[in-house]
Design a protein around this ligand. Structure first.
Ligand SMILES: CC/C=C\CCC/C=C/C(=O)SCCNC(=O)CCNC(=O)[C@H](O)C(C)(C)COP(=O)(O)OP(=O)(O)OC[C@H]1O[C@@H](n2cnc3c(N)ncnc32)[C@H](O)[C@@H]1OP(=O)(O)O
Length: 303
Protein backbone atom coordinates (compact mmCIF):
# COMPACT_ATOMS: atom_id res chain seq x y z
CA UNK A 1 0.00 0.00 0.00
CA UNK A 2 2.81 2.40 0.91
CA UNK A 3 4.47 1.69 -2.42
CA UNK A 4 1.23 2.35 -4.26
CA UNK A 5 0.81 5.65 -2.37
CA UNK A 6 4.38 6.61 -3.21
CA UNK A 7 3.79 5.70 -6.83
CA UNK A 8 0.66 7.82 -6.99
CA UNK A 9 2.37 10.82 -5.43
CA UNK A 10 5.49 10.57 -7.56
CA UNK A 11 3.49 9.96 -10.75
CA UNK A 12 1.48 13.07 -10.08
CA UNK A 13 4.61 15.11 -9.47
CA UNK A 14 6.65 13.96 -12.43
CA UNK A 15 5.49 13.52 -16.01
CA UNK A 16 8.74 13.01 -17.71
CA UNK A 17 7.43 11.47 -20.88
CA UNK A 18 5.53 14.62 -21.66
CA UNK A 19 8.67 16.74 -21.29
CA UNK A 20 10.59 16.31 -24.55
CA UNK A 21 14.26 17.19 -24.54
CA UNK A 22 16.57 17.84 -27.46
CA UNK A 23 19.52 16.13 -25.82
CA UNK A 24 20.52 12.60 -26.65
CA UNK A 25 21.62 10.26 -23.89
CA UNK A 26 25.21 11.29 -24.54
CA UNK A 27 24.28 14.87 -23.83
CA UNK A 28 24.92 15.97 -27.42
CA UNK A 29 22.49 18.25 -29.19
CA UNK A 30 20.91 16.32 -32.05
CA UNK A 31 21.39 17.40 -35.67
CA UNK A 32 17.80 18.36 -36.05
CA UNK A 33 16.78 19.94 -32.80
CA UNK A 34 13.15 20.27 -33.81
CA UNK A 35 12.88 16.67 -34.96
CA UNK A 36 14.70 15.45 -31.91
CA UNK A 37 12.44 17.45 -29.65
CA UNK A 38 9.47 15.77 -31.28
CA UNK A 39 10.94 12.30 -31.26
CA UNK A 40 12.83 11.96 -28.01
CA UNK A 41 11.99 12.42 -24.44
CA UNK A 42 14.27 12.17 -21.54
CA UNK A 43 13.64 11.75 -17.87
CA UNK A 44 15.95 11.80 -14.95
CA UNK A 45 15.16 10.90 -11.41
CA UNK A 46 17.84 10.41 -8.82
CA UNK A 47 18.45 6.70 -9.35
CA UNK A 48 17.13 6.03 -12.84
CA UNK A 49 17.12 7.89 -16.12
CA UNK A 50 15.07 7.02 -19.17
CA UNK A 51 15.68 7.96 -22.79
CA UNK A 52 12.72 7.36 -25.03
CA UNK A 53 13.10 7.46 -28.80
CA UNK A 54 9.68 7.89 -30.35
CA UNK A 55 10.95 7.12 -33.83
CA UNK A 56 11.76 3.55 -32.78
CA UNK A 57 9.33 3.21 -29.87
CA UNK A 58 12.23 2.03 -27.71
CA UNK A 59 13.17 3.37 -24.28
CA UNK A 60 16.52 2.83 -22.60
CA UNK A 61 16.47 2.77 -18.82
CA UNK A 62 19.81 3.55 -17.17
CA UNK A 63 20.25 2.49 -13.56
CA UNK A 64 22.48 5.02 -11.87
CA UNK A 65 22.50 4.46 -8.15
CA UNK A 66 26.11 4.29 -6.90
CA UNK A 67 27.98 2.44 -5.69
CA UNK A 68 26.35 -0.76 -6.97
CA UNK A 69 22.72 -0.14 -8.10
CA UNK A 70 21.45 -2.07 -5.10
CA UNK A 71 17.68 -2.46 -5.12
CA UNK A 72 16.61 -0.34 -2.16
CA UNK A 73 13.01 0.67 -1.46
CA UNK A 74 13.64 4.08 -3.05
CA UNK A 75 15.28 2.52 -6.08
CA UNK A 76 12.45 0.03 -6.57
CA UNK A 77 9.85 2.77 -6.20
CA UNK A 78 11.51 4.86 -8.90
CA UNK A 79 11.95 1.81 -11.07
CA UNK A 80 8.25 0.92 -10.84
CA UNK A 81 7.18 4.49 -11.55
CA UNK A 82 9.36 4.63 -14.66
CA UNK A 83 8.10 1.26 -15.83
CA UNK A 84 4.47 2.16 -15.26
CA UNK A 85 4.83 5.39 -17.22
CA UNK A 86 6.45 3.62 -20.15
CA UNK A 87 3.81 0.88 -20.02
CA UNK A 88 1.02 3.45 -20.16
CA UNK A 89 2.57 5.20 -23.17
CA UNK A 90 1.23 3.20 -26.11
CA UNK A 91 3.98 4.53 -28.38
CA UNK A 92 6.60 2.80 -26.21
CA UNK A 93 6.96 -0.78 -27.44
CA UNK A 94 10.36 -1.80 -26.16
CA UNK A 95 12.57 -1.28 -23.13
CA UNK A 96 16.30 -1.86 -22.75
CA UNK A 97 17.57 -1.92 -19.17
CA UNK A 98 21.23 -1.21 -18.50
CA UNK A 99 23.57 0.30 -15.92
CA UNK A 100 25.33 3.66 -15.97
CA UNK A 101 27.86 2.41 -13.41
CA UNK A 102 31.15 0.79 -14.33
CA UNK A 103 31.45 -2.96 -13.64
CA UNK A 104 28.09 -3.47 -11.95
CA UNK A 105 24.66 -4.04 -13.51
CA UNK A 106 22.97 -4.45 -10.11
CA UNK A 107 24.21 -5.92 -6.82
CA UNK A 108 20.71 -7.22 -6.15
CA UNK A 109 18.50 -6.42 -3.22
CA UNK A 110 19.89 -3.81 -0.89
CA UNK A 111 21.06 -5.87 2.08
CA UNK A 112 20.70 -2.83 4.33
CA UNK A 113 16.93 -2.94 3.70
CA UNK A 114 16.90 -6.42 5.25
CA UNK A 115 19.41 -5.98 8.07
CA UNK A 116 18.47 -4.40 11.40
CA UNK A 117 15.08 -3.24 10.12
CA UNK A 118 11.65 -3.53 11.74
CA UNK A 119 9.21 -6.19 10.49
CA UNK A 120 7.06 -3.35 9.05
CA UNK A 121 9.97 -1.93 7.01
CA UNK A 122 10.92 -5.41 5.81
CA UNK A 123 7.32 -5.99 4.73
CA UNK A 124 7.14 -2.71 2.76
CA UNK A 125 10.47 -3.49 1.14
CA UNK A 126 9.35 -6.96 0.10
CA UNK A 127 6.13 -5.62 -1.44
CA UNK A 128 8.28 -3.34 -3.58
CA UNK A 129 10.42 -6.29 -4.71
CA UNK A 130 7.25 -8.21 -5.63
CA UNK A 131 5.91 -5.18 -7.51
CA UNK A 132 9.09 -4.77 -9.54
CA UNK A 133 9.00 -8.44 -10.57
CA UNK A 134 5.28 -8.45 -11.38
CA UNK A 135 5.45 -5.31 -13.51
CA UNK A 136 8.50 -6.40 -15.45
CA UNK A 137 7.62 -10.07 -15.86
CA UNK A 138 4.17 -9.28 -17.21
CA UNK A 139 5.13 -6.19 -19.23
CA UNK A 140 3.56 -5.83 -22.66
CA UNK A 141 6.74 -4.20 -23.89
CA UNK A 142 9.64 -6.18 -25.28
CA UNK A 143 12.22 -6.07 -22.50
CA UNK A 144 15.94 -6.57 -23.07
CA UNK A 145 18.54 -6.64 -20.29
CA UNK A 146 21.86 -5.18 -21.48
CA UNK A 147 24.01 -6.52 -18.66
CA UNK A 148 27.18 -4.48 -18.45
CA UNK A 149 28.56 -5.71 -15.15
CA UNK A 150 28.03 -8.11 -12.28
CA UNK A 151 24.46 -9.10 -11.62
CA UNK A 152 24.07 -11.27 -8.52
CA UNK A 153 20.82 -12.33 -6.82
CA UNK A 154 18.13 -9.65 -7.30
CA UNK A 155 20.18 -8.25 -10.21
CA UNK A 156 20.02 -11.65 -11.85
CA UNK A 157 16.29 -11.83 -11.12
CA UNK A 158 15.75 -8.49 -12.83
CA UNK A 159 17.65 -9.77 -15.89
CA UNK A 160 15.76 -13.07 -15.91
CA UNK A 161 12.50 -11.17 -15.80
CA UNK A 162 13.25 -9.57 -19.18
CA UNK A 163 12.47 -11.25 -22.52
CA UNK A 164 16.09 -11.36 -23.66
CA UNK A 165 19.50 -11.03 -21.99
CA UNK A 166 22.77 -9.82 -23.49
CA UNK A 167 25.84 -9.71 -21.27
CA UNK A 168 29.24 -8.11 -21.73
CA UNK A 169 31.82 -10.85 -22.20
CA UNK A 170 34.15 -9.92 -19.36
CA UNK A 171 35.21 -12.82 -17.10
CA UNK A 172 35.36 -10.44 -14.12
CA UNK A 173 31.57 -10.07 -14.28
CA UNK A 174 29.27 -12.68 -12.80
CA UNK A 175 25.58 -13.47 -12.71
CA UNK A 176 23.45 -15.90 -10.72
CA UNK A 177 21.08 -16.41 -7.81
CA UNK A 178 23.68 -16.63 -5.03
CA UNK A 179 21.27 -16.18 -2.09
CA UNK A 180 22.39 -19.31 -0.23
CA UNK A 181 25.88 -17.82 0.02
CA UNK A 182 24.34 -15.13 2.22
CA UNK A 183 22.55 -17.75 4.32
CA UNK A 184 19.20 -16.81 2.80
CA UNK A 185 16.89 -18.58 0.39
CA UNK A 186 15.61 -17.45 -2.99
CA UNK A 187 11.80 -17.43 -2.78
CA UNK A 188 9.69 -19.69 -4.99
CA UNK A 189 9.06 -17.03 -7.64
CA UNK A 190 12.80 -16.29 -8.03
CA UNK A 191 13.24 -20.05 -8.46
CA UNK A 192 10.33 -20.30 -10.92
CA UNK A 193 11.70 -17.45 -13.02
CA UNK A 194 15.09 -19.12 -13.27
CA UNK A 195 13.64 -22.60 -13.88
CA UNK A 196 11.47 -21.18 -16.68
CA UNK A 197 14.70 -19.97 -18.29
CA UNK A 198 17.30 -22.69 -17.73
CA UNK A 199 15.30 -25.71 -16.53
CA UNK A 200 14.73 -27.46 -13.22
CA UNK A 201 17.99 -29.35 -12.72
CA UNK A 202 20.33 -26.46 -13.47
CA UNK A 203 18.22 -24.23 -11.23
CA UNK A 204 18.26 -26.74 -8.39
CA UNK A 205 22.04 -26.98 -8.45
CA UNK A 206 22.56 -23.25 -9.04
CA UNK A 207 20.33 -22.27 -6.12
CA UNK A 208 21.62 -24.89 -3.72
CA UNK A 209 25.23 -23.87 -4.32
CA UNK A 210 24.50 -20.16 -4.72
CA UNK A 211 26.35 -20.23 -8.02
CA UNK A 212 27.65 -17.16 -9.77
CA UNK A 213 28.49 -17.74 -13.43
CA UNK A 214 30.93 -15.98 -15.73
CA UNK A 215 29.32 -14.64 -18.93
CA UNK A 216 30.63 -17.62 -20.93
CA UNK A 217 29.24 -20.08 -18.37
CA UNK A 218 25.95 -18.19 -18.23
CA UNK A 219 25.65 -18.42 -22.01
CA UNK A 220 26.33 -22.16 -21.89
CA UNK A 221 23.44 -22.86 -19.50
CA UNK A 222 21.06 -20.36 -21.18
CA UNK A 223 21.06 -17.90 -18.30
CA UNK A 224 21.95 -15.23 -20.85
CA UNK A 225 21.16 -15.36 -24.57
CA UNK A 226 24.20 -13.61 -26.03
CA UNK A 227 27.60 -12.38 -24.87
CA UNK A 228 29.31 -9.50 -26.65
CA UNK A 229 32.28 -7.14 -26.25
CA UNK A 230 31.48 -4.09 -24.12
CA UNK A 231 31.49 -1.71 -27.08
CA UNK A 232 28.92 -3.79 -28.97
CA UNK A 233 26.44 -4.13 -26.10
CA UNK A 234 23.96 -1.40 -26.96
CA UNK A 235 24.01 -1.93 -30.72
CA UNK A 236 23.41 -5.65 -30.15
CA UNK A 237 20.57 -4.85 -27.76
CA UNK A 238 19.02 -2.56 -30.38
CA UNK A 239 19.33 -5.27 -33.05
CA UNK A 240 17.71 -7.86 -30.78
CA UNK A 241 14.97 -5.39 -29.96
CA UNK A 242 14.29 -4.74 -33.67
CA UNK A 243 13.95 -8.50 -34.24
CA UNK A 244 11.41 -8.87 -31.41
CA UNK A 245 9.51 -5.76 -32.46
CA UNK A 246 9.18 -7.08 -36.02
CA UNK A 247 6.73 -9.73 -34.72
CA UNK A 248 3.06 -8.63 -34.69
CA UNK A 249 2.57 -7.18 -31.21
CA UNK A 250 -0.67 -8.97 -30.31
CA UNK A 251 0.76 -12.37 -31.23
CA UNK A 252 3.96 -11.76 -29.30
CA UNK A 253 2.15 -10.40 -26.25
CA UNK A 254 -0.35 -13.26 -26.10
CA UNK A 255 2.49 -15.75 -26.41
CA UNK A 256 4.37 -14.03 -23.59
CA UNK A 257 1.28 -14.09 -21.43
CA UNK A 258 0.63 -17.76 -22.22
CA UNK A 259 4.18 -18.67 -21.19
CA UNK A 260 4.36 -16.50 -18.05
CA UNK A 261 0.80 -16.38 -16.68
CA UNK A 262 1.00 -19.58 -14.60
CA UNK A 263 4.09 -18.23 -12.82
CA UNK A 264 2.54 -14.79 -12.33
CA UNK A 265 -0.73 -16.30 -11.08
CA UNK A 266 1.09 -18.54 -8.63
CA UNK A 267 2.91 -15.57 -7.18
CA UNK A 268 -0.11 -13.24 -7.02
CA UNK A 269 -2.23 -15.89 -5.34
CA UNK A 270 0.39 -16.23 -2.60
CA UNK A 271 1.44 -12.61 -2.43
CA UNK A 272 0.38 -11.84 1.14
CA UNK A 273 1.68 -15.15 2.47
CA UNK A 274 4.96 -14.51 0.67
CA UNK A 275 5.33 -11.16 2.48
CA UNK A 276 4.62 -12.79 5.85
CA UNK A 277 7.04 -15.58 5.08
CA UNK A 278 9.79 -13.13 4.08
CA UNK A 279 9.30 -10.99 7.19
CA UNK A 280 9.33 -13.88 9.62
CA UNK A 281 12.36 -15.42 7.89
CA UNK A 282 14.50 -12.33 7.49
CA UNK A 283 13.95 -11.02 11.03
CA UNK A 284 15.12 -14.27 12.67
CA UNK A 285 18.26 -13.81 14.75
CA UNK A 286 20.15 -16.51 12.86
CA UNK A 287 19.36 -14.90 9.49
CA UNK A 288 20.26 -11.43 10.74
CA UNK A 289 23.54 -12.88 11.92
CA UNK A 290 24.22 -14.38 8.48
CA UNK A 291 23.55 -11.00 6.85
CA UNK A 292 25.88 -9.26 9.31
CA UNK A 293 28.68 -11.73 8.54
CA UNK A 294 28.12 -11.28 4.80
CA UNK A 295 28.20 -7.48 5.06
CA UNK A 296 31.44 -7.69 7.04
CA UNK A 297 32.88 -10.00 4.40
CA UNK A 298 32.01 -7.47 1.68
CA UNK A 299 33.79 -4.74 3.62
CA UNK A 300 36.85 -6.91 4.34
CA UNK A 301 37.09 -7.95 0.71
CA UNK A 302 37.20 -4.28 -0.20
CA UNK A 303 39.94 -3.43 2.31
C1 LIG B 1 11.99 -16.17 2.25
C2 LIG B 1 12.86 -15.38 1.35
C3 LIG B 1 13.97 -14.75 2.09
C4 LIG B 1 14.89 -13.98 1.55
C5 LIG B 1 15.00 -13.70 0.13
C6 LIG B 1 16.00 -12.61 -0.13
C7 LIG B 1 16.42 -12.61 -1.55
C8 LIG B 1 17.64 -11.76 -1.71
C9 LIG B 1 18.09 -11.35 -2.84
C10 LIG B 1 19.29 -10.49 -2.97
O1 LIG B 1 19.46 -9.85 -3.97
S1 LIG B 1 20.38 -10.35 -1.65
C11 LIG B 1 21.76 -9.38 -2.25
C12 LIG B 1 22.78 -10.27 -2.84
N1 LIG B 1 23.85 -9.50 -3.42
C13 LIG B 1 25.11 -9.85 -3.36
O2 LIG B 1 25.48 -10.86 -2.81
C14 LIG B 1 26.10 -8.91 -3.99
C15 LIG B 1 27.09 -8.40 -3.00
N2 LIG B 1 27.99 -7.45 -3.65
C16 LIG B 1 29.03 -7.81 -4.40
O3 LIG B 1 29.31 -8.97 -4.65
C17 LIG B 1 29.87 -6.70 -4.93
O4 LIG B 1 29.57 -5.53 -4.21
C18 LIG B 1 29.69 -6.42 -6.44
C19 LIG B 1 28.22 -6.23 -6.81
C20 LIG B 1 30.28 -7.59 -7.25
C21 LIG B 1 30.45 -5.12 -6.80
O5 LIG B 1 31.78 -5.23 -6.37
P1 LIG B 1 32.65 -3.90 -6.20
O6 LIG B 1 34.01 -4.36 -5.84
O7 LIG B 1 32.49 -3.04 -7.39
O8 LIG B 1 31.96 -3.12 -5.01
P2 LIG B 1 32.11 -3.38 -3.43
O9 LIG B 1 31.98 -4.82 -3.13
O10 LIG B 1 33.32 -2.69 -2.95
O11 LIG B 1 30.79 -2.67 -2.89
C22 LIG B 1 30.70 -1.26 -2.79
C23 LIG B 1 29.80 -0.90 -1.60
O12 LIG B 1 28.50 -1.40 -1.86
C24 LIG B 1 28.09 -2.26 -0.78
N3 LIG B 1 27.20 -3.31 -1.34
C25 LIG B 1 27.49 -4.22 -2.26
N4 LIG B 1 26.45 -4.98 -2.53
C26 LIG B 1 25.44 -4.54 -1.75
C27 LIG B 1 24.07 -4.94 -1.58
N5 LIG B 1 23.50 -5.92 -2.29
N6 LIG B 1 23.33 -4.26 -0.68
C28 LIG B 1 23.86 -3.24 0.05
N7 LIG B 1 25.15 -2.82 -0.08
C29 LIG B 1 25.92 -3.48 -0.97
C30 LIG B 1 29.39 -2.81 -0.22
O13 LIG B 1 29.22 -3.27 1.07
C31 LIG B 1 30.26 -1.58 -0.32
O14 LIG B 1 29.89 -0.73 0.77
P3 LIG B 1 30.97 0.23 1.47
O15 LIG B 1 31.46 1.15 0.40
O16 LIG B 1 30.19 0.91 2.54
O17 LIG B 1 32.05 -0.68 2.01
Amino acid sequence: MALRAALRTKCALSGFLSQPSSSSRHGRVCASTVLAAQQRSNSTSSKISVDFDQSTGVAVMHMKSPPVNSLSLDFLTEFCISLEKLEMDKSCRGLIITSSLPKVFSAGLDILEMYGKSPESCGEFWKAVQEMWLKLYSSNMVTVAAINGSSPAGGCLMSLTCDYRIMVDNPRYSIGLNETQLGIVAPFWFKDTMANTVGHRITEMALALGMLYSPAEALKIGLVDQIVPEEKLMSTAEQAMAKWLAIPAHARQLTKSMMRKPTVDRMTSKREADVQNFVSFITKDAIQNSLRVYLEMLKKRKA
